[in-house]
Design a protein around this ligand. Structure first.
Ligand code: GN1
Ligand code: CA
Ligand code: CA
Length: 125
């Protein structure tokens, strides 16, 4: 079940919300934690498309909580669990020049990017 709420969308047990701000992984991660959430980490196709819908009303890609900072090439959720759903764009992840964070495009596909780059902050609760 999908339900649209102000600044966000409820999908199953999860709610994705954004205030429209952008930031690096570090900024985004602490901002979500401050409000009792974690950075958006889609675990299935329905959650992935909910994020695309949020993104479409902002002109910037969404930053995911998924990252391979701990072990190169092993992408994990913010809680440290190895991901069980992925939607990589062709030839990604490529760690081009060192990329341990992940953005989602308007197509719903994922790309790994440097964690210092700023993207739309979406938290999940
Ligand atoms: C971008 O700009 P370039 O081609 O070096 C992207 C990479 C992608 C790559 C795909 C910062 O790298 O993450 O894998 O395109 N870099 C950024 O061709 O967005
Ligand atoms: Ca990497
Ligand atoms: Ca990449």
């Amino acid at each position: 079940k999908v339900l649209r709420v102000p600044n966000g969308i409820m999908v199953g047990e999860k709610t994705f919300q954004t205030d429209g701000s952008r930031g690096t992984y570090e900024i985004a991660q602490s901002k979500c934690a401050q409000s009792g959430g974690v950075l958006a980490s889609p675990r299935n196709a329905l959650e992935n498309s909910a994020l695309v819908e949020i993104m479409n009303s902002h002109n910037i890609n969404v930053l995911l909580g998924i990252n391979d900072m701990q072990t190169e090439g092993t992408f994990k959720y913010p809680d440290g669990e190895i991901i069980s759903f992925a939607n990589w764009n062709a030839n990604e992840p490529n760690d081009a020049g060192g990329e341990d964070c992940v953005e989602i495009f308007g197509t719903g596909k994922w790309n790994d990017i440097p964690c210092r780059l700023e993207r739309l902050i979406v938290c999940e609760y």
